[in-house]
Design a protein around this ligand. Structure first.
Ligand SMILES: [Zn+2]
Length: 378
């Protein structure tokens, strides 16, 4: 009896993973993809449909009985992902396939802790009212985290932001399990699921270049998770000994030269920039933009070449607003990598979407808890 149950559990997961990867499948296709018998496929699909996890959609057909295609429901078992970033707050509701049901990007009117938390609470509350099927809240956060305690320890992009107990804050306000992730690992999760260029790759790196510089590492198919609270701090590796003062207190960090905040310090202008206006200024090559973009590309390329030397990864993906919006930035960085790395390398420009980190956060929890979610009675 116990073994039968375990077998059914494993087969159910296999069918579910096939549907996650393929969006729409007929029972015949599921039978071929999983190697399970027609009877097993049918019984499991019926069970998943009864639970409301899987839906059957009829295709339009002019002759005979319309074929039925199965897909993961966008009505049930949803997760809310929130990317808390200095360029903006992004809220996404996704289903168990990582498909977006709702997405909104909010530019906060203040970077102060209290105002940001109030905005997060207000927006989250209104989304939960609209989508009561949401099972978890999943936060993608920049800066230093204590994952086990669910605390955002520090980010210098917001004011007064020290030891903010984000998980407790959301769990107390909304009584839903809440999970905290570092934003580059959310991006890595999103791209692994959605970028066909990464299919089958087990070792790689994602670098987010926005106001700061974040990095996540995939090692043998698993996210690298440090024992302590910090790791993969590419932005705070020194590229210029005794160079410019960095926000972390050290001198000459990559972030002081290659991040948007670093680049802004080199722009010879008195303009007050928002992230958006700075990106336009740089993209239109106003003022001394050419010079500062060349300088940033040089140091970013140097650091990325060192990563290729250290890890020989299958890929490094560059993501973030700066890569998406400043023309030639990616190409210039790539040219700089070529200067410092002699072997072949696979540097990719991300298929950018502003809500990728929010989606990735929700997907991380869905993957981790998939069995609990699928086999729960509710
Ligand atoms: Zn630093």
């Amino acid at each position: 009896m116990g073994r039968n149950f375990e077998l059914k559990r494993a087969n159910t997961l296999e069918i579910f993973h096939a549907l996650q990867k393929n969006s729409y499948l007929s029972r015949k296709e599921l039978e071929a993809l999983t190697g399970l018998s027609w009877g097993s496929v049918s019984a499991i699909c019926n069970d998943l449909m009864k639970k409301g996890v899987v839906l059957a959609e009829k295709e339009l057909s002019t002759t005979g009985r319309p074929p039925e295609r199965l897909t993961i429901s966008t009505e049930n078992k949803l997760a809310l992902g929130i990317d808390i970033n200095s360029v903006g707050l992004c809220f996404n509701v996704v289903n168990l396939a990582g498909m977006t049901v709702f997405s909104e990007f909010v530019t906060p009117d203040s970077t102060s802790k209290d105002r940001l938390l109030a905005r997060l609470e207000q927006k989250t509350g209104s989304i939960l009212e609209e989508y009561p099927q949401i099972l978890s809240i999943n936060l993608s956060m920049q800066g230093t985290l204590d994952r086990n305690a669910g605390i955002s320890l520090y980010t210098n992009f917001f004011t007064d932001w020290i030891n903010v107990p984000l998980v407790r804050f959301f769990e107390e306000k909304f009584s839903l399990p809440t999970y905290l992730y570092h934003d580059p690992e959310c991006l890595l999760t999103y791209h692994l699921a959605n970028d066909p260029r990464l299919s089958g790759k087990n070792n790689g790196i994602v670098i987010r270049i926005d106001d700061g510089i974040g990095m996540a590492l995939l090692s043998n198919g698993c996210l690298y998770e440090p024992t302590g609270n910090t790791a993969c701090e590419l932005g705070h590796t020194v590229v210029v000994p005794d160079g410019l003062l960095c926000s972390c207190g050290k001198h000459g960090c990559l972030e002081a030269y290659g991040s948007l905040r670093g680049i802004k310090n080199f722009c010879q202008t008195d303009a007050e920039f928002s992230p958006d206006t700075l990106l336009s200024y740089l993209n239109e090559r106003k003022g001394n933009s050419d010079e500062v973009i060349n300088q940033a590309s040089f140091y970013l390329g140097l650091s990325i070449a060192n990563l290729f030397t250290l890890f020989n990864p299958d890929f490094i993906v560059l993501d973030g607003n700066s890569i998406a919006r400043i023309s030639d930035f990616y190409e210039k960085i790539k040219a700089s990598v070529q200067k410092f790395y002699s072997g072949p390398f696979n540097l990719l420009r991300a298929n950018y979407r502003s809500d990728a980190a929010a989606i990735g956060a929700a997907m991380l929890t869905n993957d981790k808890l998939l069995e609990d979610i699928l086999f729960a009675n509710k």
